[in-house]
Design a protein around this ligand. Structure first.
Ligand SMILES: Cc1cc2nc3c(=O)[nH]c(=O)nc-3n(C[C@H](O)[C@H](O)[C@H](O)COP(=O)(O)O)c2cc1C
Ligand SMILES: Nc1ncnc2c1ncn2[C@@H]1O[C@H](COP(=O)(O)OP(=O)(O)O)[C@@H](O)[C@H]1O
Length: 297
């Protein structure tokens, strides 16, 4: 898969393309269905056209939390036999393209066919319609993928994550919800209570419900079991901003500044404010036992 990543005016391609286009945040089953339909057409090359950063980030002029970052999308897209991932740098000029200009951009990069969902919108303020696209391209409109009588969408998955329902999120993503980030320095209290915790820079990732989780952690080229806390550490060392910290089982290495992948496996409990440090430590021991039984280690 060739990655074409640039501002829209600098993206070049001359191969005839069947594409699907959209934000594809999460690359969930609905998105996967569109990509698989693209791949059925044998008369052109196959591409996914997506945007980075997420348009809401630019349009609302404030940080926007997403299920996937650019590198995740590339990694997930590369698991399909696509010819191209076209990643348009979403900036103000691109956001202001009118319908005609947007269509001219698609024509310039040799798009011949589009596979899209029923609600597809494009161009400035999303005023471009499917009927407009049909005048210039072959358009294949796919029906919504439905789960529990609800259309599969990024928002629906975020709703499951915020309820701590990782199982449903997993079904719709077709994988565990995963965050990638670097290990930051904390207040060095963790190691003092027998539970050193790697603080993860979760950047603009959408975080699941606050509380304690069984997680799997990939670091130093190896998968480990771990227990994570998403919260404010109310017992010792209260933190104004939310933090994601992980104690990795059977592990003792300095991993500051290293990149880690975190797979959220199971929600265990809410974060509590304990009456003492010892009470917190007693609970952490119980949490560790629970993780060991879930992980069977
Ligand atoms: C699995 C796990 C569960 C935790 N649960 C709680 C909790 O319920 N309440 C709380 O106040 N802190 C909780 N903590 C946070 C610890 O208090 C925190 O790890 C400690 O403050 C270390 O901070 P430091 O990384 O800045 O050194 C938990 C941490 C982990 C790893
Ligand atoms: N089992 C472990 N789980 C998580 N981090 C560990 C572990 N063993 C060693 N470490 C290291 O210790 C650091 C966490 O120690 P801690 O005292 O909580 O400091 P900090 O407050 O900087 O997070 C991690 O960032 C990592 O480099």
């Amino acid at each position: 898969m060739i990655i074409l990543y640039n501002t829209y005016d600098k993206i070049e391609n001359t191969d005839d393309l069947t594409i699907t286009m959209g934000n594809f945040d999460g690359l969930h089953l609905g998105h996967q269905q569109l990509i698989n339909r693209v791949l059925r057409y044998k008369d052109t090359k196959h591409a996914v056209l997506t945007y980075d950063p997420h348009p809401s980030e630019i349009l609302r002029k404030m940080p926007f939390r997403t299920l996937t970052q650019k590198r995740d999308k590339i990694e997930l897209l590369s698991q399909f036999p696509l010819d191209y991932a076209i990643i348009v740098k979403f900036d103000e000029p691109f956001s202001k393209l009118n319908v005609k200009q947007f269509i001219e951009f698609l024509q310039r990069i040799s798009v011949k066919r589009l596979v899209i969902g029923r609600d597809a919108r494009f161009a400035y303020r999303g005023v471009g319609t499917i009927d407009e696209l049909r005048k210039y391209f072959v358009v294949d409109v796919m029906n919504d993928l439905v789960y529990n009588h609800t259309r599969v969408s990024t928002t629906y998955i975020k709703d499951f994550l915020i309820q701590g329902d990782l199982g449903s999120a997993r079904k719709l993503l077709n994988r565990h919800y995963q965050i990638t980030g670097k290990v930051l320095h904390g207040h060095k209290i963790g190691r003092g209570i027998g539970y050193p915790t790697a603080n993860i820079d979760f950047d603009n990732y959408y975080l699941p419900r606050m509380g304690v989780y069984y997680v799997k952690v990939f670091v130093n080229e190896t998968w480990y079991h771990g227990m994570a806390n998403i919260g404010h550490n109310p017992t010792i060392n209260f933190s104004e901003s939310r933090r994601l910290e992980i104690f990795i089982l059977d592990f003792d290495e300095d991993i500051y500044d290293k990149k880690v992948l975190v797979d959220f496996m199971h929600y265990m409990r809410p974060e509590y404010r304990f009456p003492s440090k010892d009470a917190l430590i007693r609970q952490l021991k119980k949490d560790e036992q629970m993780v060991r039984s879930l992980a069977k280690v």
